[in-house]
Design a protein around this ligand. Structure first.
Ligand code: 0O2
Length: 214
C-alpha cells in the first residue's frame, strides 16, 4: 500500500517537474515585473522623504514538491493545470518594510498602478492568523509581455515589517507545516513571541512618529 503511494508520489513529481520548466520562466518574469515596481517605488520615496521605506525585497517560485504538497493538503487534483488554476502563490514576492504604516502606504500606492489587477487582499496585520502570523497579503495579476503576446500572471505579494519577518521566518523553520502533534504550550509560546513582536513594532512606530514630528 505504502509502496504504491510512493510510486504515485514520485510519478506526480516527475510529471510536474517536466512541465514546470516553461511555467517557471513565465512566473520568473512576473516576479521581475513586480519586484521592479517595488524597487522603483522605494527609490522614489527615498528621494522625496529622505528615508528608506522598504528594507529589502525577496522573490521565490514554489518548488514542484511544495506545489504537490499544497495540492494534496487541499485535496485537489495533482497536475500542472490544477496548480495553475488553484494556486495563487506559485510566484511570491516578499516586501519587508520599515514600519507598519509603510506597509499600508506602499500597498495603497502599488494597488493604484493601472496595470495591476487586485484579486484579493488578506490583512493578517489587523486580523492575525491563530498562529500569531502577521503580514499583509495581496494576490495580484500583472501583465507580462512575451514574444507570443501578453499574459496576465498571478503573484502573491506579502508585505511585512522586519519584526514580522523575523517571527514568520523562524516559526516557519521551527514548526509551520510540519504536521507534528506538538504540545499546545509550544504554539502558545510562539504566539506569545508574536505578541511581544507586535508590541515592539508598535512602539518603534510611535518613537519614529515622535521624532518625525519634532
Ligand atoms: P510557503 O512555504 O511560505 O510557500 P493555506 O496555507 O492553504 O491556509 P493560502 O490560501 O495559501 O492558505 O494563503 P494564506 O494563508 O493567506 O497564506 C499562505 C502563505 O502565507 C504561506 O505560504 C506562508 O508563506 C504564509 N503563512 C501563512 N500562515 C503562516 C503561519 O502561520 N506561519 C508562517 N510562518 N507563515 C505563514 P505557504 O504556501 O503555506 O508556505
Amino acid at each position: 500500500m505504502n509502496n504504491r503511494k510512493e510510486d504515485s508520489d514520485s510519478k506526480n513529481l516527475i510529471e510536474i517537474s517536466k512541465k514546470f520548466d516553461r511555467v517557471k520562466v513565465v512566473y520568473d518574469c512576473a516576479l521581475k515585473e513586480i519586484t521592479t515596481k517595488f524597487e522603483i517605488l522605494n527609490e522614489d520615496l527615498r528621494s522625496s522623504t529622505n528615508r528608506t521605506h522598504i528594507e529589502f525585497i525577496t522573490g521565490r517560485i514554489k518548488t514542484p514538491e511544495s506545489i504537490i504538497a499544497k495540492l494534496k493538503r487541499r485535496k485537489m487534483e495533482i497536475s500542472i493545470d490544477s496548480s495553475l488554476e488553484n494556486l495563487t502563490d506559485i510566484a511570491g514576492v516578499r516586501v519587508i518594510c520599515s514600519f507598519i504604516s509603510d506597509i499600508y502606504m506602499i500597498a495603497e500606492i502599488f494597488a493604484k498602478q493601472d496595470d495591476i489587477e487586485i484579486v484579493q487582499v488578506k490583512d493578517y496585520i489587523s486580523h492575525p492568523k491563530p498562529s500569531g502570523y502577521r503580514s499583509l497579503h495581496m494576490i495580484v495579476k500583472v501583465p507580462v509581455f512575451f514574444a507570443t503576446g501578453t499574459k496576465k500572471i498571478v503573484v502573491e505579494v506579502q508585505l511585512r515589517t522586519i519584526a514580522m519577518d523575523f517571527w514568520a521566518t523562524l516559526e516557519h523553520q521551527i514548526y509551520y507545516k510540519k504536521d507534528l502533534i506538538i504540545d499546545k504550550s509550544i504554539t502558545n509560546r510562539l504566539h506569545a513571541c508574536a505578541d511581544k513582536i507586535t508590541d515592539i513594532d508598535e512602539e518603534m512606530e510611535k518613537i519614529h512618529k515622535t521624532i518625525e514630528n519634532l
